[in-house]
Design a binder for this molecule. Structure first.
Ligand SMILES: Cc1cc2nc3c(=O)[nH]c(=O)nc-3n(C[C@H](O)[C@H](O)[C@H](O)COP(=O)(O)OP(=O)(O)OC[C@H]3O[C@@H](n4cnc5c(N)ncnc54)[C@H](O)[C@@H]3O)c2cc1C
Ligand SMILES: NC(=O)c1ccc[n+]([C@@H]2O[C@H](COP(=O)([O-])OP(=O)(O)OC[C@H]3O[C@@H](n4cnc5c(N)ncnc54)[C@H](OP(=O)(O)O)[C@@H]3O)[C@@H](O)[C@H]2O)c1
Length: 622
């Protein structure tokens, strides 16, 4: 018996009992008469037709095919966490680019770097202590994620140069049919679950001014920087004063002959995020932090506590005590900007906005204000009328500025909809969530899913990150939530699950009542509000980062609508035949197969060392 595999034993056990019982008669021994089938009282069954029990142990779970679209930070973290947290998962990640990294692969413009300290912009379980500087450059960030992919051997899940061009839910098959295009072929894959990790700054948007197509010079979006372009000695227009525009301008100013910087709206320029500059903080502590794990933990905690405690800065003072933070920020940042601009009060007046700091994401712009004061920079606030073959003309009496190159830092598609159709029950989420669609904005269930779209999960979707906190922690938490959904579907014979319309409407109502309390609802345009001044906020979570942690900790299964694989649609068919795989193994007498029927009996439990809060809570008990 011990030489047989555990699976063989289980398979034998599960072989359906044949209609006529076969009795093996040993030797000539007398065979006792077989009892006739017991007679149950006639009213024992009240449900007709009776449930046909499924012949499997309860924990003989289904393998799920899962497709993740996108190989940026969200896709990479999925490749680590999903196979770890979802038994039997069959995972593939499609990435349209030639390499992993998402925005850190595509954004190679001069000056690109993170605007939160790199020590807090990395996976929580893969700390790199050797960041060369507090705000690491894009290439260093990409190298970090490449290292993670290699270390965890994630290439087995990732298909590069593979663009998803359509996903359609087949109600008949209970699967997503996903069209994937690569250089040499188009193929259709299918999946039980589809997870989008396509990012919300991954589709650069060029402006649509008249004449732009006729412009003869070098024209690029900063997210699509041409590495062969040499800006030295050139006359360059930089359009846009968002985070990218502020980063790309200082290095260009240093080498270009002249820069025309087109900024159609005002913006706050804080010293790195929130007005704090963590450069000193990091440089003062990092050497010591590298000396021991305890010191490093202390450093990370001190750093991230500051990032998680910024939530107060989005509140109106009259609504909440502590909201004074925002008022103070206006004063502090104005003073800071004034100092950095020196005697250029003309620039200060042109840049400092009426709206409150944090109405849009605060932009650090190291070196930006200083660059604006340089002689070779013109700050142009007049709207652009049109492009010509040689330059740009503004609306002020047709002033025309000739340039050799135009760099558009004009943002991205911030609709939080994918660039490809996602269709279920005749509705295309790609258009439904965009202006003009129904409902015309990204109407998610807790940022994670959409009603009417079965087995669809979204990473870094609308309302997905707190206005404070750290991105990677938030993504890891979301993936963990997704893992719970996948485990539930796999374990409980769920064919499809989608959040209910009612739950989604209630979340929408919460957002609509929450955001007007905050400065984010003021009259500024940003990716928080889809670029619509004073518009609905869907860019951030309606609460703090810690608040979001609590929400994601436990799934509210009652908010979901389900269908089941069981032909009778019975939600408890997954209980199987009453056995667990361990019971089967134990009953076949296989003592040496490593089955622990009592995993809770641990030395720690006997000597008082067990943490009772998590005792009996593990889903992964062997
Ligand atoms: C220049 C820049 C700097 C930033 N700096 C910071 C920062 O300092 N701190 C911070 O918190 N956030 C920052 N962000 C925000 C950043 O978007 C997130 O921090 C994070 O990197 C997003 O990761 P992601 O994997 O979710 O998305 P992305 O990095 O956007 O990755 C999405 C991936 O999906 C792929 N994809 C999209 N559509 C398809 C398709 N149809 N088929 C196949 N693949 C597809 C894309 O090619 C891309 O690789 C920055 C963004 C930019 C653009
Ligand atoms: N680490 C970093 O420092 C960093 C760097 C880049 C990006 N990011 C992240 O990515 C987000 C997006 O940054 P982003 O700079 O790419 O985009 P953005 O913040 O949305 O800024 C886009 C800019 O382009 C302007 N613009 C758009 N269309 C225009 C048009 N037709 N004519 C003139 N100007 C136009 C906008 O002006 P209006 O304001 O008038 O609309 C805005 O100034 C940031 O908020 C941040 O989260 C971070």
């Amino acid at each position: 018996m011990s030489s047989r595999s555990r699976l063989e034993a289980i398979r034998d056990h599960l072989t359906p009992v044949s209609a006529t019982p076969s009795i093996i008669v040993e030797d000539e021994a007398e065979v006792p008469p077989v009892d006739p089938a017991p007679q149950f009282p006639s009213n024992i069954r009240t449900v007709f037709p009776p449930l046909e029990l499924e012949e499997h142990p309860i924990d003989d779970i289904r393998s799920l095919r899962v497709i993740v679209v996108g190989g940026g930070i969200s896709g990479i973290l999925s490749a680590i966490l999903l196979p770890t947290k979802v038994p039997k998962i069959n995972l593939v990640i499609y990435e349209r680019e030639s390499d992993i990294g998402g925005v850190w692969h595509t954004n190679i413009y001069p000056g690109v770097r993170c605007d939160v300290p790199a020590h807090a912009y990395q996976s929580t379980f893969e700390p790199q202590t050797t960041w060369s500087t507090a705000y690491a450059a894009g290439a260093e960030i990409k190298a970090y994620w490449k290292g993670i992919v290699e270390k965890h051997q994630l290439n087995k899940y990732i298909r590069l140069n593979s663009r998803v061009t359509k996903a359609e839910w087949s109600e008949e098959k209970g699967k997503w049919l996903v069209r994937v295009e690569s250089a040499d072929r188009v193929h259709e894959d299918n999946a039980d679950f589809l997870i989008t990790a396509t990012g919300h700054f991954s589709e650069p948007r060029l402006p649509e001014y008249p004449g732009i197509k006729e412009y003869d010079g070098h024209l690029r979006h900063s997210s699509n920087w041409d590495p062969k372009f040499d800006p030295s000695g050139k006359r360059i227009a930089v359009i846009g004063n968002g985070a990218s525009g502020l980063q790309v301008l200082p290095p260009l100013q240093k080498v270009a002959a002249h820069i025309d910087h087109y900024a159609r709206n005002k913006t706050w320029v804080a010293a790195p995020i929130g007005g704090e500059n963590f450069e000193h903080f990091v440089s003062e502590r990092i050497e010591k932090a590298r000396t021991s794990p305890e010191e490093y933990l202390k450093f990370r905690k001190e750093l991230e506590i500051q990032l998680f405690s910024r939530f107060g800065s989005i509140w109106y003072a009259y609504i909440r005590r502590g909201g004074e933070k925002n008022k103070t920020a206006r004063k502090t940042i104005t003073k800071l900007m004034s100092e950095r601009l020196g005697n250029r009060t003309d620039l200060l007046n042109a840049i400092v906005p009426d709206f409150a700091p944090n109405c849009r994401r605060l932009t650090p712009g190291p070196g930006y204000l200083e660059a604006l004061t340089a002689e070779n920079v013109d700050y142009v606030t007049c709207p652009i009328e049109r492009f010509t073959r040689t330059g740009i003309q503004t609306t002020d009496e047709g002033i025309h500025r000739e340039v050799d190159a135009v760099i558009c830092s004009t943002g991205h598609d911030i609709s939080f909809s994918t660039a490809f159709p996602i269709v279920a029950h005749g509705i295309n989420l790609q258009t439904a969530w965009r202006p003009g669609g129904n409902p015309g904005f990204p109407d998610s269930y807790l940022s994670l899913a959409a009603p009417g779209f079965p087995n669809l999960l979204i990473l870094l979707g609308p309302n997905s990150t707190g206005p404070a906190g750290t991105l990677c922690h938030s993504v890891e938490n979301t993936i963990t939530y997704c893992a719970r959904v996948l485990r539930k579907a796999s374990r409980e014979g769920i064919r499809s699950m989608a959040p209910s319309v009612a739950a989604t409407r209630d979340f929408r109502a919460y957002c609509e009542s929450f955001f007007p309390r905050t400065v984010m609802s003021e009259y500024c345009s940003s990716w928080y509000n889809g670029g619509i001044k004073g518009g609905r906020i869907h860019g951030t979570w309606p609460g703090s980062a810690s608040h979001l942690n609590l929400v994601r900790r436990n799934a509210r299964w009652e908010d979901w609508d389900y269908t089941y694989l069981n032909p009778q649609g019975n939600r408890f068919a997954w209980l199987g035949n009453g056995w667990t795989q361990k019971d089967v193994a134990a009953s076949t007498g296989e003592a040496d197969i490593g089955v622990d029927l009592t995993p809770w009996l641990q030395a720690e439990a006997f000597n008082g060392g067990v943490d009772l809060r998590e005792y009996h809570e593990h889903w992964w008990d062997p």
